[in-house]
Write a protein that binds this ligand. Structure first.
Ligand code: G6P
Length: 605
C-alpha cells in the first residue's frame, strides 16, 4: 500500500506531485505529503491528514516552490494517521517516502539510540531518514549514505530520497514493492506505477527487485542487488489507456459496473475467435492432475467460482486458497499441478509471495492479472490479461467479472484438453459464454430496482446472502461488497449451511438476499428461503422470470435477472451484488470509491 512519486523537473513540481498522487490515491488515503527542494536548494515539506484534497488545500495557503520533489499517499501501518506520521519523513538534509514495511525498524532504532538519535514518529519509515541523515552527518555523501542505509533494511520497500542542497539528485530503491522510473526531456520521474507518471511521460523503466537508481535530470544509473551497474529495458506505455475520468457518472464504481458488457466483450473477443479458444500454446491441461487457484479478496472469490467450473465441466480437481493462508501453510504441491494466481493489481503482497512459494513445486504458474506490467504478470510462467482496463474504485467490479471470464475460458480449455467434453458440448458452452456480454447489458437494468431497495438495506444492521453451487461464492462476494462500501455487517452462506447456525440470526430486521436462478439447484435453495420466511425473515429473491413466478410469493422483494448464460450465470449475478452495495452506500452517504480503511493495491502482508 502507499503510493510514492518523485520528480526532477523543469517546472514547479508541487502541482505535478499532487496530480501524480491523485492517480496513486487508490493505494491509501490516510494522509498525504510532499517535499521539495527549491531553487535556493532548501528542502521543505507539507503534510496533511486524510485525503489528498486536504494537502491540496494546505498548499494553497502554504505553497511549496521548487522543481525537485517527492510525494506520498499513505495507508497507515505503523502509527495512526496523524500529520507527524505522514510522509515524507525528514532527518537533517534527507527526506524519504516509502511504500512497504521496514521489518527490522526496532533494531535500527536501537542502533540509532546508541548514537543519541531519537525517533519523532511511530513509523518504521522514519528510521530510513534517521539512518541516512546519520550517515551523512558522519561525512558520507548522499549516494553513499543512502546505499549504507539500504544495506541495513529488511522487509519490503519502494523508497525515494531527496536531499537538502541538491535539487538535481533523487535516489530510488525497491525490494518487494513495485517502482517505475519515467524518462522525460531533461526531466526524470519515479512512481509506484506507470499510471501515476502517465501525465508526464510514456517512457518507463521498471526497477527489478533489489535495484536502486541514482537519478539526475540527465538520466538514471541503475544498480542491482549486488551493486553492479544494471541495464533495464525502457518500455513505452499506452498513455491513452491510462485515462482516468468518471465519464459522466457520479462515482467510478457506477462507471465501472456499467462498463462490464463492453469489457467482457473485449475479453471474450481476445480469448475466443471463430468458435475456438485462443490461448498461448503452452496452455494445455492434458497432463495436469490438479489446479490450484490463489488470490485475495474479490480475486479469491473469482477463483472460488471457477472451482465449480474446473470440477464440474473439466472434471479436474481444484483447490482454492486465500493467498495469506496458502503462503505460510506450506501445502504439499504435486509437480503435475498448475497454480493459478488471480489478481487485479498483480502486486498484492500475499498473492505474489504465494506465487513465489509455488514456483518450482508445480508444473506451471499462471497469472490471471489486470495490470499487465505487474510483478505477478511478469513472474508467472504464463500471464493471461483480464483486459478490464483501469479500475479506479477500490472495491472491485469489472475486474471481478473479467477474471471470471478468463477463468471460464481456462476451465473450458481444460475440459476439452482432458476429453471431458466433445466438440458439440464445447461449442454449446462457448455459445453460453459469448452470450454473457449481451445478457450483462440486460442485467444492468436491475440498477433502478436496486436503488429502490437501498433505503431498506441501509437501515439494516446485518444482511445475509445465500447461494448454492457456483452462486455460493457470488453470495460471498455480495456480502463482501456490502461490507466494503456501506460498512453494514454482511455474511454470505451456502444455502444448505443456513440451518447449521446462521438461521439463529433470522428475524424481521435481517434482510436475506437469496440468489436462486431457475437451475437444477433451484428447489433446494427455495426450500432454504422458505425456512427463512417461516421465521419472519425478509427475503430479497434474485432469480430469472421463471424463478420469480414460481417462488416470488411472500418475499419482501424480487429482482428479475435475464435467462441464459448456462454455467456462466455467476458472472451475471455479480451485477445485482454490485448495485445493491453501491446504492446502499450512496443511501448511507459513505465514500463509495474510497471506503474507509481500505486500499486497492495491498502491497503489505
Ligand atoms: C483489496 C481490494 C479488493 C481486491 C483485493 C485483492 O482488498 O480492496 O478489491 O479484491 O485487494 O487485490 P488484487 O489486486 O490482488 O486483485
Amino acid at each position: 500500500m502507499c503510493g510514492i512519486v518523485g520528480i526532477l523537473g523543469n517546472h514547479e513540481v508541487a502541482p505535478q506531485l499532487v496530480e501524480a498522487l491523485k492517480r496513486l490515491e487508490y493505494r491509501g488515503y490516510d494522509s498525504a505529503g510532499i517535499a521539495t527542494v527549491n531553487d535556493a536548494g532548501t528542502l521543505d515539506r507539507r503534510r496533511a491528514v486524510g485525503k489528498l484534497v486536504n494537502l491540496s488545500d494546505r498548499l494553497v495557503h502554504e505553497p511549496l516552490t521548487g522543481r525537485a520533489g517527492i510525494g506520498h499517499t499513505r495507508w497507515a501501518t505503523h502509527g495512526p494517521a496523524t500529520e507527524g506520521n505522514a510522509h515524507p519523513h525528514r532527518h537533517g538534509p534527507v527526506a524519504v517516502v516509502h511504500n512497504g514495511i521496514i521489518e527490522n525498524f526496532r533494531d535500527l532504532r536501537a542502533d540509532l539510540a546508541q548514537a543519541g538519535i531519537t525517533p519523532q514518529t511511530d513509523t518504521d519509515t522514519e528510521t530510513v531518514a534517521l539512518l541516512t541523515g546519520h550517515h551523512m552527518a558522519q561525512g558520507m555523501c548522499p549516494v553513499e549514505a543512502a546505499r549504507a542505509t539500504l544495506a541495513r533494511l529488511h522487509g519490503a520497500f519502494a523508497l525515494a530520497f531527496l536531499f537538502d542542497g541538491d535539487g538535481d539528485l533523487m535516489i530510488a530503491a525497491r525490494k518487494g514493492s513495485p517502482l517505475a522510473v519515467g524518462h522525460g526531456e531533461g526531466e526524470m520521474f519515479v512512481g509506484s506505477d506507470a499510471i501515476a507518471l502517465a501525465p508526464f511521460t510514456d517512457r518507463i523503466t521498471y526497477l527489478e527487485d533489489g535495484d536502486h537508481a541514482i537519478i539526475t535530470r540527465a538520466g538514471v544509473e541503475i544498480y542491482d542487488a549486488q551493486g553492479r551497474r544494471a541495464n533495464r529495458d525502457m518500455v513505452r506505455i499506452d498513455v491513452g489507456a491510462t485515462a482516468i475520468d468518471k465519464g459522466g457518472y457520479r462515482h467510478f464504481m457506477a462507471k465501472e459496473i456499467a462498463e462490464q458488457p463492453a469489457v467482457l466483450g473485449d475479453v471474450l473477443n481476445h480469448y475466443v475467435k471463430n468458435g475456438r479458444i485462443v490461448l498461448p500454446e503452452s496452455v494445455s491441461f492434458a497432463d495436469v492432475d490438479r489446479v490450484l487457484l490463489v488470490g485475495c479478496g474479490t480475486a479469491h472469490l473469482a477463483g472460488h467460482v471457477a472451482k465449480y467450473w474446473f470440477e464440474q465441466i473439466a472434471g479436474l480437481p481444484c483447490d482454492i486458497d486465500i493467498a495469506s493462508e496458502f503462503r505460510y501453510r506450506e501445502p504439499p504441491l504435486s509437480d503435475r499441478s498448475w497454480a493459478i494466481f488471480v489478481s487485479q493489481s498483480g502486486e498484492t503482497a500475499d498473492t505474489l509471495a504465494a506465487l513465489h512459494y509455488a514456483q518450482g513445486k508445480v508444473a506451471k504458474t499462471l497469472g490471471v492479472v489486470n495490470v499487465g506490467t505487474s510483478a505477478i504478470a511478469r513472474e508467472s510462467d504464463i500471464a493471461l490479461p483480464t483486459l478490464a482496463g483501469i479500475e479506479v474504485c477500490v472495491a472491485s467490479s469489472k475486474a471481478f467479472t473479467c477474471q471470471l471470464a478468463v477463468l471460464a475460458v481456462l476451465a473450458l480449455k481444460a475440459a476439452a484438453d482432458r476429453g471431458r467434453i466433445d466438440a458439440a458440448a464445447l461449442a454449446a458452452h462457448l455459445d453460453d459464454l459469448r452470450a454473457i456480454p449481451g445478457l450483462l447489458n440486460q442485467a444492468l437494468a436491475v440498477a433502478d430496482d436496486c436503488r429502490a431497495l437501498a433505503g431498506w438495506l441501509s437501515e439494516a444492521q446485518d444482511v445475509l446472502y445465500l447461494g448454492r453451487g457456483a452462486l455460493y461464492p457470488v453470495a460471498l462476494e455480495g456480502a463482501l461488497k456490502l461490507k466494503e462500501l456501506s460498512y453494514i455487517h454482511a455474511e454470505g452462506y451456502a444455502s444448505g449451511e443456513l440451518k447449521h447456525g446462521p438461521i439463529a440470526l433470522i428475524d424481521r430486521n435481517v434482510p436475506v438476499v437469496v440468489l436462486a436462478p431457475r437451475d437444477t439447484l433451484f428447489e433446494k435453495t427455495v426450500s432454504n428461503m422458505q425456512e427463512v420466511m417461516a421465521r419472519h425473515g425478509k427475503v430479497l429473491l434474485i432469480s430469472d422470470a421463471d424463478g420469480i413466478t414460481e417462488a416470488g410469493e411472500g418475499t419482501r422483494a424480487t429482482l428479475t435477472m435475464p435467462m441464459g448464460g448456462g454455467a456462466f450465470q455467476p458472472i451475471l449475478y455479480a451485477v445485482p451484488m454490485q448495485y445493491l452495495a453501491y446504492y446502499t452506500a450512496v443511501a448511507k452517504g459513505t465514500d463509495v470509491d474510497q471506503p474507509r480503511n481500505l486500499a486497492k493495491s495491498v502491497t503489505v502482508e
